[in-house]
Design a protein around this ligand. Structure first.
Ligand SMILES: [Mg+2]
Length: 154
C-alpha cells in the first residue's frame, strides 16, 4: 500500500456487488450492484473530512495533490483489469479476493474524488445530478437509443 493509498484507507464503502452466475445466460441487469442507502455522499464527505483533519492532512490536500492522488488510484483500478481481456458484466469467474480488491480501489477513487470536490468547492452530488440532466439533453432517447455516437454526431 502506498502512502497515498494509506491516506485513503479510511472506513471505505464497499460495493454491495450481487453475486453473478457463471452462466452466460445471466442477464446484465441481474449482475448489477444495488448500492446501500447509506452512507450518503454527504456522510462520506463528513467522514473523509474528519479522517483528514484528525491526521492534520489538510495541509497536504491541495487540489493538485488530490487530483494526482486520484489519478494514481485510477491507475490502480486499471491494473486490476489489465491483461484480463474482456470482462463480462457481473465479472463472472472473479474470485471474492479480486472482487474485494476491486471494491477497495473503487473506494480509493471515490474518496479522493470526494476530497478533490470538497477542496475545490464543488457540490459533487448537485453537480453530478445536473450533469445527468445535461447529458439527457445531449443524448435524447429518440436519437441515441442503442447508439454509441457522440452527441455531436446524432
Ligand atoms: Mg488504492
Amino acid at each position: 500500500m502506498s502512502d497515498s493509498t494509506a491516506q485513503a484507507s479510511q472506513s471505505q464503502p464497499q460495493a454491495n456487488v450481487a453475486s453473478a452466475s457463471d452462466s452466460p445466460a445471466s442477464s446484465a441487469a441481474a449482475a448489477k450492484a444495488d448500492f446501500s442507502d447509506s452512507p450518503s455522499l454527504v456522510e462520506l464527505q463528513r467522514r473523509c473530512n474528519e479522517f483528514t483533519t484528525a491526521r492534520d492532512w489538510d495541509q497536504f490536500h491541495q487540489p493538485r495533490n488530490l487530483m494526482l492522488a486520484l489519478t494514481g488510484e485510477v491507475g490502480e483500478l486499471a491494473e486490476i483489469f489489465m491483461w484480463r481481456g474482456e470482462c463480462p458484466v457481473g465479472l463472472p469467474g472473479w474470485s471474492e479476493k479480486d472482487r474485494h480488491h476491486l471494491g477497495q480501489e473503487l473506494s480509493d477513487c471515490l474518496i479522493y474524488l470526494i476530497r478533490l470536490a470538497t477542496v475545490c468547492g464543488i457540490d459533487l452530488p448537485a453537480a453530478a445530478a445536473a450533469k445527468i440532466v445535461e447529458n439527457g439533453r445531449k443524448y435524447p432517447t429518440d436519437k441515441s437509443f442503442g447508439s454509441t455516437k457522440k452527441y455531436t454526431d446524432l
